[in-house]
Design a protein around this ligand. Structure first.
Ligand SMILES: [Zn+2]
Length: 95
C-alpha cells in the first residue's frame, strides 16, 4: 500500500513549502521531494478567472531530494546520482 510521509522540520518555513516522502509499497524505497507552492490571495482572485477561492494553488514546483535542505538530515536511504532533471512546475492560473 502506498504511503505518504511528511518530513516534520523545525528549520523550514511552516507555509509555502513542504517535504514529502512517497513510498509506493511497504518494502520499496521512499522518494523524497521538496514541494514549493503559492496560495491565492484576494488580489490573485481578481486577476484570474481560473481561481475560485483564497488558498487555491497558484503554482507548485517540486524537486527530488536526498537530504533535507533545511536541517541537513539524510532522507533517502541511498545516495543516487540524478542524470535527468527530476523537477516539475505546474501553473494553475491558466489552462
Ligand atoms: Zn529537515
Amino acid at each position: 500500500m502506498a504511503n505518504c510521509i511528511i518530513h516534520q522540520c523545525e528549520f523550514m518555513p511552516s507555509e509555502s513549502c513542504q517535504i514529502e516522502g512517497f513510498q509506493p509499497q511497504t518494502d520499496s524505497e521512499i522518494d523524497w521531494k521538496l514541494v514549493i507552492y503559492r496560495e491565492a490571495t484576494e488580489e490573485d482572485l481578481e486577476e484570474s478567472n481560473y481561481l475560485e477561492e483564497e488558498g487555491d494553488l497558484l503554482w507548485q514546483a517540486t524537486l527530488k531530494l536526498t537530504f533535507c535542505p533545511y536541517c541537513g538530515k539524510q532522507l533517502a536511504n541511498m545516495l543516487q546520482s540524478t542524470k535527468y532533471p527530476e523537477f516539475s512546475y505546474e501553473d494553475f492560473r491558466s489552462w
